[in-house]
Design a protein around this ligand. Structure first.
Ligand code: NAD
Length: 394
């Protein structure tokens, strides 16, 4: 049975992954419901945990940040302590660990806020799919961090597309071009495993690569436009043209992908992380009667339209809906689209890494397991850079 929370009860929240997004999500949870208390936090590293917690302890919600020394969990099994102490678990750790942590939280009957992507490989994706079904059976809420789905203005523009404002969809295009992201350096006392986990963005086994870790937002908006129907195949290219040094592990710095749906509609998607270049995050849907600009909430063509006023705070709204669903006993389950968006991202990455045109089914069945041999601080998986035409699809 799910954790039952009546109208005025305290809702105990635990956070796994006390980084930038995790502390943001905890603040959103505290703002969403006056009965929320943050009671437990977990991270692989004590310094990360303490600095994130300290920021929350100085925030406007500090009175409801009640994490005593016994509820600060550090190390590989941190998630067990957090889950046991909480009614609602926020998952904002490196993506590699999400299948394991989500499974444990749902099995324990906890409600979950789950950041994206939900897996970095085929086995992880299949595991998450099963866990999402279990969440449904257990009637717990499972809200995804694919935050655009919770923005008022995005909901409005996509409703316009659904209502026929641009006619029939003929083609789609989306772009997620950004600059450089953080790098946390290397300390001589760190093992290779610690170094990689602290710099998780740059290792495919930890992040899924940036098409999954970042551009998934764009892929998800398109998936939403397509009423959550998966594309059937993908062809892609990509590589490392700027971020070539060893400190950038084995992830690519750009991808170009073409996804195709069963009805022949194609999505032209590109993403890059290149320092000192122009950024662009945009998505366009081309129809027989007009064009929808999803990111800027506007339609041009026979029936022009523009969203006016406040677009809405998507990060806050996803938590408002999560805690309302818990109070009202009406579970939300975002499992279907959070799995499919990750699936699309894995399709693009694997097609680019191998140079093969891949079907959605092939990717879902992929046997490549990126999890490390052992979760312990010692050696880490070797960061092999994929070479299209040589790297096999497994
Ligand atoms: N929805 C959004 O807009 C959005 C924005 C930023 C990040 N994110 C997602 O949130 C997640 C975290 O990103 P971030 O930017 O906060 O990164 P971050 O590095 O600032 O935080 C991640 C934290 O997780 C910890 N961690 C890693 N492995 C762990 C494990 N096994 N158990 C517990 N803690 C672990 C790290 O030590 C770190 O403190 C990622 O999945 C990222 O894609 C989502």
């Amino acid at each position: 049975m799910p954790v039952h929370v009546a109208g005025s009860d305290v809702i105990r929240v635990g956070l796994i992954g006390v980084g930038g997004r995790g502390t943001g999500a905890a603040a959103n949870a505290l703002a969403a419901d006056k009965g929320v208390e943050l009671v437990a936090v977990g991270d692989l590293f004590a310094d990360r945990l303490e600095s994130g917690l300290s920021a929350l302890q100085q925030s406007e919600h500090k009175d409801r940040v009640k994490v005593d020394a016994d509820h600060r969990f550090v190390g590989w099994d941190n998630y067990e302590g957090v889950i046991a102490s909480s009614d609602v678990v926020l998952l904002a750790e490196a993506p590699q660990f999400r299948p394991q942590h989500l499974r444990a939280a749902i099995e324990a009957g906890k409600h979950v806020f789950c950041e994206k992507p939900v897996a970095v490989d085929g086995p992880g994706l299949r595991a998450i799919q099963a866990t999402c079904k279990l969440a449904e059976q257990k009637k717990v809420s499972l809200v995804s961090g694919l935050c655009y789905r919770y923005q008022k203005a995005k909901r409005a523009v996509i409703q316009q597309v659904y209502d026929g404002a641009i006619g029939d969809i003929k083609a789609l295009q989306c772009t997620y071009n950004t600059g450089a992201l953080w790098h946390r350096g290397r300390q001589p006392q760190w093992t290779e495993m610690e170094y990689q986990c602290r710099n998780w963005l740059y290792f495919t086994w930890l992040s899924g690569d940036h098409i999954a870790e970042q551009s998934i937002h764009s892929l998800d908006k398109i998936l939403w436009v397509m009423k959550d129907e998966m594309p059937v195949k993908v062809t892609a290219s990509g590589g490392r043209s700027v971020r070539v040094e060893p400190e950038f592990g084995n992830v690519y710095d750009h991808f170009n992908t073409v996804y195709e749906w069963a009805n022949g509609v194609r999505l032209f998607h590109s993403c890059r992380q290149w320092h000192n270049t122009d950024g662009d995050v945009s998505d366009f849907v081309y129809g027989t009667k007009g064009v929808a600009a999803i990111q800027t909430h506007a339609i041009t063509g026979e029936m022009p339209w523009r969203h006016r006023g406040d677009p809405g705070d998507m990060y806050q709204f996803e938590h408002d809906e999560l805690f309302r669903s818990i109070r009202e006993g009406k579970p939300i389950n975002n499992g279907d689209y959070m799995c499919k968006a990750t699936w699309m991202a894995l399709m693009g990455r694997l097609a680019a890494y191998t140079g093969k045109t891949l079907t959605a089914d092939q990717v879902l069945d992929s046997k490549e397991d990126l999890s490390p041999k052992a979760c312990e601080f010692g050696p880490a998986p070797e960061p092999v850079i994929a070479v299209p035409g040589k790297t096999p699809f497994v």
